[in-house]
Design a protein around this ligand. Structure first.
Ligand code: NAD
Length: 280
């Protein structure tokens, strides 16, 4: 039987509608709209598009967007000063510094300078530590979106075998903590995992976040598994995930497409995180 297709666009629209309502209430409470500061450095065209989309999404739900575009050759010192200024700005609830930064900048030092209360990307060591300890805090948007998709599909991870392919600080590791926090039995695979197929076939919940087109084949999927494809690989034929979708949908119980799966969730969860940060 063909898998149920999990519609990320629809779930993201629900999240945005929920956020818009919360923003309305919060604007009354605070006497101002919640604010998200975006910082874009350099001339990476993909980064410029991502930041523009994030700002537009803010406007749609009533979040004030404070945009900063320092020159591409900005010094580490000046960028740190901007972060400090935004940390202190009471109208700014969340700060997003679009990565990657140009090579002459130390991205870790910039991220570490963010006020953890405004760290809407969940990338500071404080946020990562809180998540690892299952304490309240801001969580990276993409893994948070994966959890929202699972919930929307009626999947309770408790007691289930979950396998994540990828161990990045942005996706794989925070997702490990989230799934563990939801009481799944979690295995994380990476580029040195000896037999990827054998581990993936154990998964009742399988999340692919490796950045390798169609790495996960149909044979690697346990019949009936819930498959979430985080991968976004730009090939000549178009945007392709880390899962061989055509083969996988014949085996899985439910699956996210690429595009239209995890992608739309990331910005929606950024908006949700900004509201969370504004609540303090
Ligand atoms: P990354 O390059 O930082 O990490 C990739 C991980 O995959 C590494 O831990 C690596 O060990 C593992 N890996 C690589 N090759 C492997 C293999 N052959 N077998 C097993 N593991 C392997 O990437 P990332 O930032 O975590 O992103 C992963 C993918 O998710 C990328 O395609 C990225 O574009 C996509 N992504 C999408 C969104 C979204 O909003 N849809 C957000 C973030 C990332």
């Amino acid at each position: 039987m063909a898998a149920k297709i999990i519609d990320g666009k629809a779930v993201a629209a629900d999240v945005r509608a929920r956020v818009a309502k919360e923003v309305e209430g919060l604007t009354g409470e605070l006497g101002r709209p919640p604010g998200l500061a975006t910082v874009l450095v350099g001339d990476d065209p993909a980064s410029a598009i991502y930041v523009r989309r994030k700002r537009e999404a803010c406007e749609e739900v009533g979040i004030a967007s404070h945009h900063h575009e320092p020159p591409g050759d900005v010094s580490q010192e000046d960028l740190l000063a901007l972060v400090e200024e935004l940390n202190a700005n009471e109208e700014v609830d969340g700060i997003l510094c679009q990565l990657p930064l140009p090579d002459h900048l130390d991205a870790d030092a910039i991220v570490n300078a963010l006020d953890p209360g405004k760290d809407v990307d969940g990338l500071t060591p404080i946020s990562a530590g809180r998540l690892a300890r299952n304490e309240p805090g801001l969580v990276p948007c993409t893994p948070l979106g994966v959890m929202e998709l699972l919930a929307s599909a009626g999947v309770d991870p408790s007691g289930k075998e979950a396998v994540i392919v990828g161990r990045s600080n942005l996706v794989g590791k925070p997702l490990y903590s989230l799934l563990l926090g939801a009481n799944a039995t979690v295995t994380t695979c990476h580029s040195r995992t000896a037999d990827l197929g054998e581990v993936c076939r154990r998964a009742e919940i399988l999340v692919a976040a490796a950045g390798k087109p169609r790495l996960v084949t149909g044979e690697m999927i346990r019949p009936g598994a819930i498959v979430i494809d985080v991968g976004t690989n730009r090939l000549e034929e178009g945007l392709v995930g880390d899962v061989d979708f055509e083969a996988a949908k014949e085996v899985a119980g439910a699956i996210t497409p690429v595009p239209g799966g995890v992608g739309p969730m990331t910005i929606a969860m950024l908006l949700a995180n900004t509201v969370q940060a504004a609540r303090g």
